[in-house]
Write a protein that binds this ligand. Structure first.
Ligand code: FRU
Length: 498
């Protein structure tokens, strides 16, 4: 995918001294504690310990809550708790105490949370509606004993806006019928039927349940056994509606591990209809929320009105437990606003960084030398898409290439030479994604943080997220393209709170 230099009539190199020499020394001194080299700035990461899936996200009183799969005592997966963080703008996160601890029914696996506005559960009052979280409890004892019913669905309730939680004494609320993989409940309120609807990952399909009170659940229907990617187990489903051209569509997303388009774990989705009981789609195409290697288990926030906002775990089960961070492992993607776009006969999901990011954007850096540090945003827009390669590199000779290859009509990220990769044989790789848009004009937005790249092409139709681990920060950016328009139109701006 690397574009041969000789093919290019033009080569533009923008050299940036992104780090002062003082900062570079700091990074080198820091090798035993790679906090300053690897800790992301505009992405959420736990202070210490292990993190995987985002869980239980809801919005209330101007605050976005994010819970997450958390093991505080090691940097590898272990007995799961729900960690907790809050934000007013989805970019800057405040760490909160652990929200939910394992109990006698098991570990606290992935799930969701809702604002029970009408107090249907009776676990709060109409004046102070409870927040209800719904999650899987995984019994380690049950699993070890070779049972097949060790994953059950439980609920907890909060009467103080999501800060502290009490377990519901009637748990579990859905008992396992004898299926090993039976988890990750995602609940929404369905106004037309005035019922709560739960999407649950059950082995190789999504089962839908309904309830009037979040405590008693009825099975409604199954979806997906014969559709989509089935190389791995299905996990973390989400069901939500989005408007497009005056019509309401329903989207069912579900993560699969393995089976991702660039190996390992990834999230696929289906666009169709939901009648309150059954989800159906007329498309048989497998579509991916993100084609990169590092966006998994993403789901949407509850209670965000007309906006649909999602966040994903920015890693991959292939190597997540081996990445070279010392005190913590994993970060979340940038929060993304979801929409729909029709291309040909097909409906596609688009994801773009939330608009709140604009409050972090400073002046353009491309005009004149770049003197500011990470993170930053790169934008290219053009009337005609042609091949181009952007390269980030450092003094150690490490480089990250990304761009578009016209001969294959694919966007790509090549992290083969991007830095540390020996922790897993599949890490150093070239990842590619189809260009879905059929228009000649294009847009290419890239977010770069210390260890991540997120590409949003064609207004979010093709998205790629990858992580990388350079041994010193990248301090150069170069663009290669035959197209003068593309070279001239690159805009780089730093992303720091104003
Ligand atoms: C997805 C997942 C979920 C599960 C959780 C456990 O990454 O495997 O299915 O609930 O992680 O931490």
């Amino acid at each position: 995918m690397r574009i041969p230099l000789t093919l290019f009539l033009f080569f533009a190199m923008i050299t940036c001294s992104c780090l002062s020499s003082h900062a570079q020394n700091e990074v080198r001194k820091d090798t035993n504690n790679n906090e300053s080299l690897y800790r992301p700035i505009i992405h959420f990461s736990p202070k210490k310990g292990w993190m995987n899936d985002p869980n239980g996200m809801f919005f209330q009183n101007g605050v976005y809550h994010l819970y997450y799969q958390f093991y505080p005592n090691a940097t590898v997966w272990g007995p799961m708790h729900w960690g907790h963080a809050t934000s007013k703008d989805l970019i800057h996160w405040e760490h909160k105490p652990i929200a939910i601890y394992p109990d006698s029914l098991g570990l606290i696996f992935s799930g969701s949370a809702v604002v029970d506005k009408y107090n249907t559960s009776g676990l709060g009052t109409l004046k102070n509606p409870p927040i209800i979280s719904i999650f899987t409890q995984h019994s380690m004892e049950g699993e070890k004993a070779g049972k097949n019913n060790f994953q059950n669905q439980s609920i907890a309730y909060s009467n103080d806006g999501g800060n502290t939680w009490k377990m519901y004494p009637g748990n579990p609320v859905i008992k396992n019928p004898g299926i090993n993989d039976f988890r990750d409940p995602k609940v929404i309120w369905h106004e037309p039927t005035k019922h709560w609807i739960m999407a649950l990952a059950v082995k190789n399909k999504v089962s839908l349940y309904s309830s009037e009170n979040l405590k008693d659940w009825n099975f409604e229907s199954d979806f997906g056994e014969l559709l989509g990617n089935h190389e791995g187990v299905w996990e973390c489903p989400d069901l939500f509606s989005l408007p497009y051209n005056g019509k309401t569509y329903w989207v069912l997303s579900v993560s699969v591990n393995p089976g991702g388009p660039n190996k390992g774990s990834a999230t696929q989705y289906f666009v169709g209809d939901f009648d309150g009981h059954k989800f159906s789609t007329s498309s048989s195409k497998t579509k991916w929320v993100d084609y990169g290697a590092d966006n998994y288990a993403g789901v949407t926030w509850y209670n965000t009105g007309n906006r649909k906002i999602a966040i994903g775990w920015m890693s991959n089960w292939l190597y997540a437990q081996q990445v070279p961070t010392d005190k913590w492992r994993s970060a979340m993607t940038i929060a993304r606003e979801l929409n729909l776009q029709e291309v040909g006969e097909e409906m596609y999901l688009t994801s773009m960084p939330v608009k709140e990011l604009k409050f972090y954007k400073s002046n353009y850096l491309s005009e004149g030398p770049i003197t500011q540090n990470l993170p930053y945003e790169i934008n290219i827009q053009g009337s005609n898409i042609n091949s181009f390669t952007l390269t980030l590199n450092n003094e150690e000779g490490e480089s990250l290439d990304f761009g578009f290859d016209q001969s294959t009509n694919q966007y790509f990220i090549d992290r083969s030479f991007a830095g540390v990769h020996s922790f897993h044989k599949d890490f150093a790789a070239l990842h590619s994604a189809p260009r879905i848009s059929t228009k000649s004009n294009f847009s290419f937005k890239v977010l770069i943080d210390k260890t991540s790249i997120e590409i949003f092409s064609d207004n979010g139709l093709t998205v790629m997220t990858d992580i990388f681990f350079p041994t010193s920060p990248y301090n150069n950016i170069a663009i290669q393209s035959q197209s003068e328009e593309i070279r001239k139109n690159i805009k780089i701006s730093s992303l720091l709170a104003k």
